[in-house]
Design a protein around this ligand. Structure first.
Ligand SMILES: *[C@@H]1O[C@H](CO)[C@@H](O)[C@H](O)[C@H]1NC(C)=O
Length: 353
C-alpha cells in the first residue's frame, strides 16, 4: 500500500514538474493567412481548433494586421511588407503564450499562400520568438510572374492590381501594393528591374550582391525545418513551381532549387536545411488552397514535432473542407467550382519530390 501510494504521488509530482519545466506542453501554433483573407475567418479558426483538439492545451495565434477583419483584409493588399514584418515581430514578441519560459522550443508556424512567404520572412528577419517548424501551403517563395484576374465585384483587389499594372516597379507601388513586392519575372530586363526595385522578395531571398547573413543563419537554423506544400492544380501562383523555390523560364523549362545559385551558394540557408534532412518538398492534389482536414491532421501529427510526453489525440472525421475552401482565394472565380467536385473524390497524393 505504502509503496504504491508514494509511487503514484511521485508520478503526479513528476508530471507537474515536467509541465512546469515545459517538457510536456505542446508547442503553440501561429498562422499567417493569405491575400484577401481575414484573421476572423471561421475557416482559419477551424485550422487552429483542429490543432488544439489534437494537442489539448496548445495555444494558437492567427496573425492580424488590423483590429477588425476589414482592415486586416485591406492590409493583405496594401502596405509595405517590411513594415508589416516589423509589426508582426512586435505582435508575436508581446504574446506571452509564445515567449514564456513554458515555450522553450519556440512555436510552429503555418503560412497560407502569400502568408507562408511572409512567415518565412519573419523567420529570416526577426524570429524572436523563434519558429520551430514552418509549413507553407502554396506560397510564392520564388515570386509570381503573372497576376491572376480579380473578380469583378472585388474592388479592393481591382484597385490594388490596377496600381500594380500601371507601373509595378515604381517606388510607390513597391512600398504600397503587397503582391507587387513578390513579383519576379525571369526575363533579363525584368530581373534587372527586380534586383533594383523589388520592395521585398529580392531582399528576403538574398539575391542582391550584399547578402544578409542573418537571413541565412535564421532560416538555415530552423530546428524542425521547412515543409513546402505545392498544389497540383494551382492556378493562382504562377508559376506553381515557385512554391518549391523553382525557377520557370519562358519556354516552360524548370530549374529546380538544387540547381540554382540561391541554393548552391546557400544565400538563405536552404542548403544547410537540406543537408540536415530538414527541407521537404510535398505536394497535394487539387487547386490553390484545397486543404482538407485529413491533410492538416497529417501535417500536425507528422511534421509538427512535440516534446516528449505530448501525445496526439485521435480526432473524429470532422469535415473542415467547405470552410477551408473559403480561404484565401479572392482572385479566381469560376475555376474553383469546377475542381470542387472532382477533388473531393480523388485520393490526395503526398509525394516527396
Ligand atoms: C494565450 O492562450 C490562452 C489559452 O490558449 C488564450 O486564452 C489567451 O487568449 C492567449 N493569449 C494571447 C495573448 O493570445
Amino acid at each position: 500500500m505504502m509503496v504504491r501510494r508514494s509511487a503514484s504521488l511521485y508520478v503526479l509530482l513528476g508530471g507537474t514538474l515536467a509541465s512546469l519545466a515545459g517538457a510536456a506542453s505542446p508547442l503553440p501554433l501561429v498562422i499567417w493567412h493569405g491575400l484577401g483573407d481575414t484573421f476572423d475567418n471561421p475557416g482559419l479558426q477551424s485550422v487552429a481548433d483542429l490543432y488544439t483538439s489534437i494537442y489539448p492545451g496548445a495555444s494558437t495565434h492567427i496573425i492580424h494586421l488590423a483590429d477588425d477583419g476589414g482592415g486586416d483584409r485591406k492590409a493583405s493588399y496594401f502596405g509595405a511588407l517590411h513594415n508589416q514584418m516589423d509589426e508582426v515581430c512586435t505582435q508575436l514578441s508581446s504574446n506571452p503564450n509564445l515567449t514564456s519560459t513554458l515555450a522553450p522550443y519556440g512555436f510552429h508556424a503555418l503560412g497560407f499562400s502569400q502568408g507562408g512567404l511572409f512567415m518565412r520572412g519573419y523567420v529570416e528577419a526577426c524570429n524572436l520568438p523563434k519558429v520551430h517548424t514552418l509549413v507553407t501551403f502554396g506560397s510564392p517563395h520564388n515570386g509570381i510572374s503573372e497576376f491572376v484576374k480579380c473578380k469583378t465585384t472585388d474592388w479592393l483587389c481591382r484597385t490594388a492590381f490596377g496600381w500594380l499594372n500601371a507601373n509595378k516597379w515604381s517606388d510607390w507601388v513597391q512600398s504600397n501594393i503587397v503582391p507587387a513586392q513578390y513579383y519576379r519575372h525571369p526575363s533579363p530586363e525584368e530581373m534587372q528591374k527586380y534586383l533594383e526595385s523589388s520592395g521585398f522578395l529580392a531582399d528576403i531571398n538574398n539575391e542582391r550582391d550584399e547578402k544578409n547573413e542573418k537571413y541565412r543563419s535564421n532560416l538555415g537554423g530552423l530546428e524542425g525545418g521547412l515543409v513546402l506544400y505545392k498544389f497540383d492544380e494551382d492556378q493562382v501562383i504562377i508559376p506553381k513551381e515557385s512554391v518549391w523555390f523553382a525557377e520557370v523560364v519562358e519556354d516552360g523549362q524548370i530549374t529546380w532549387l538544387t540547381d540554382r545559385e540561391l541554393y548552391k551558394q546557400d544565400w538563405i540557408g536552404l542548403k544547410q536545411l537540406n543537408a540536415a534532412g530538414k527541407l521537404k518538398f510535398l505536394k497535394t492534389g487539387g487547386p490553390h488552397m484545397h486543404i482538407t482536414d485529413e491533410l492538416l491532421k497529417e501535417v500536425y501529427t507528422k511534421y509538427l514535432w512535440q516534446p516528449e510526453g505530448v501525445v496526439a489525440q485521435k480526432v473524429d472525421g470532422r469535415k473542415f473542407n467547405e470552410k477551408l475552401m473559403a480561404l484565401a482565394e479572392p482572385t479566381i472565380g469560376d475555376e474553383r467550382e469546377k475542381y470542387r467536385g472532382a477533388a473531393a473524390q480523388e485520393p490526395f497524393l503526398r509525394v516527396q519530390h
